[in-house]
Design a protein around this ligand. Structure first.
Ligand SMILES: Nc1ncnc2c1ncn2[C@@H]1O[C@H](COP(=O)(O)OP(=O)(O)OP(=O)(O)O)[C@@H](O)[C@H]1O
Length: 459
């Protein structure tokens, strides 16, 4: 089994392009930098990632409900949230090769420390003092830091003036905060409760890259969990463990994960505690999931700016207060990339023979099984097995080439089971099921297949 540092992004990206997981965006027009399209396998896979999140964070949680709020919001929302004034990255240009960089990322990459919470001046001083250099040309000749707002701006309606200016949301969370009172009133939920949402977000990133790790149009899976002030640190721990377990249960190894607590100097001014769950990508450690205790900051801001009360009446305590919020925020594309990196493997099978295999958890695999007739003559009966299963799960059908070649094609796209219909199948009502990971085969009754596959998808 390859370790994560032995895997290369090049091989993973090529597999994704060649097998229809992810294509470069607008490719026939020469592409659009850092935009990607999910192909036939990619859309199934990414939907499975989102479903797996929804299942555990909304469906199975006794506390949480879901929401799907609009991408375009009243611009005042972004004033209240702090995004208009503060959602910017520290940008620096290399005066020699003219490349553009994020000062915080240069420090992190070259000095190995996180400058979260530092002022621009502190970063500039540090860069000069430690001789941080341009990763492209090695020069130390940088411009001063300029602030660059990451929100995409456009216009609503026919007039393109300041009054019709509108933003594409840079996070889904604010849609939850502005609906807090609606949701609480209509569901009659008592604290603690949470609201989960999956949706597109847009950030005009200065340095996008590393395939789908950092893109300008991406999807987030966010939970805003509202609780009584004073209970927040307990819930912070609860959700941190819950997130960690979710990711382990879908096949990511703990050795490729690290939970990094922000130290007090690094914390945002409104946050009491923040932990990032980081993953060891082939290009190094990267943030996967940000989990933060945001106190009552967001609801207080919206209460002030909207002048609508966002207080909660606690019947038991007979008091009113603004709830505290715990926010676990995860990028769907970013965690999809982590699952792809984790799953990718090249294995020796027999002398001088290797196979490429994606060990995706069955819940995430684009196809749960592939039905293979041993001979084309068995196509009609095998087709019936396929139809029966296709009604329940996404499954593939392949009758081209030798069984060995067909297995390899399915291994490469992560199909966990290959189901061979052979000349005995009509008589004994059974098929041979081959397991992708162990390559072991077992004989299973056709009638038992739905239950067999269903059990394997559990996590
Ligand atoms: N440009 C992006 N492309 C893909 N996913 C993203 C992007 N920006 C954020 N995310 C995802 O959304 C999550 C929450 O967003 P958050 O604002 O906390 O990120 P961030 O701390 O700004 O990330 P980074 O430091 O990597 O820019 C991140 O942990 C990540 O999984």
């Amino acid at each position: 089994m390859l370790s994560n540092t032995e895997k290369t992004m090049e091989k993973i990206v090529n597999l994704c392009k060649n097998r229809g997981f992810v294509y470069p965006g607008s490719e026939i027009y020469g592409g659009l930098a850092n935009s990607w399209d999910y192909g036939p396998l990619g859309v199934e896979f990414k939907n499975n990632v989102k479903r797996a999140w929804w299942k555990k964070f909304v469906q199975c949680s006794p506390y949480n409900v879901g929401l799907d709020s609009a991408i375009l919001m009243n611009p005042e929302v972004w004033v209240a949230s702090g995004h208009v004034g503060g959602f910017s990255d520290p940008l620096m240009d290399c005066k020699d090769c003219k490349t553009r960089h994020r000062a915080d990322q240069l420090i992190e990459a070259q000095a190995g420390i996180s400058p979260n919470g530092w002022s621009d001046q502190q970063m500039m001083d540090f860069i000069k003092e430690k001789g941080i250099s341009c990763p492209e040309c090695g020069s130390k000749n940088f411009t001063d830091i300029r602030k660059f707002n990451l929100m995409f701006k456009t216009f609503q309606g026919v007039t393109e003036d300041a009054k019709s200016e509108i933003f594409l949301r840079p996070e889904t969370a604010q849609g939850i905060f502005v609906n807090f009172a609606n949701i609480q009133r209509t569901t009659r939920k008592k604290l603690p409760f949470g609201v989960g949402q999956i949706g597109k977000s847009f950030r005009n990133e200065i340095t996008p890259g590393n395939f789908i790790f950092r893109i300008r149009e991406f999807e987030q899976m966010e939970l805003e969990f509202f609780c009584k002030p004073g209970t927040d640190l307990e819930w912070f721990k609860y959700w941190k463990d819950y997130c960690h377990n979710w990711i382990l249960s879908l096949g990511i190894k703990d050795e490729n994960l690290r939970l990094r607590d922000h130290d007090p100097k690094e914390l945002s001014h409104y946050s009491k505690a923040t932990t990032d769950i980081e993953y060891l990508f082939p290009f190094g450690w990267g943030e996967l999931w940000g989990i933060a205790d945001r106190t009552d900051f967001d609801l207080t801001q919206h209460q002030e700016h909207s002048t609508k009360s966002l207080e909660y009446f606690d019947q038991e305590a007979n008091e009113k207060y603004i709830p505290y919020v715990i926010e676990p925020s995860l990028g769907a594309d970013r965690v999809a990339l982590a699952f792809l990196c984790e799953a990718y493997d090249e294995e020796e099978v027999g002398e001088g023979d290797t196979r490429v295999v994606m060990h995706l958890h069955p819940a995430l695999a684009p196809y749960k099984a592939c039905v293979l007739p041993l001979s084309k003559k068995l196509g009609e009966q095998a087709g019936k097995v396929y139809e029966r299963l296709a009604d329940l799960f996404p499954v593939d059908y392949d009758d081209a080439g030798s069984i060995g070649k067909r297995y390899r094609r399915q291994d490469e796209i992560g199909t966990p089971f290959c189901i061979t219909y052979d000349f005995e199948s009509a008589e004994d009502g059974c098929v041979t099921v081959r397991d992708r990971d162990t390559m072991q085969q077992e004989r299973i009754a056709i009638d038992a297949l739905p239950g067999y596959l269903g059990d394997k998808m559990h996590f």
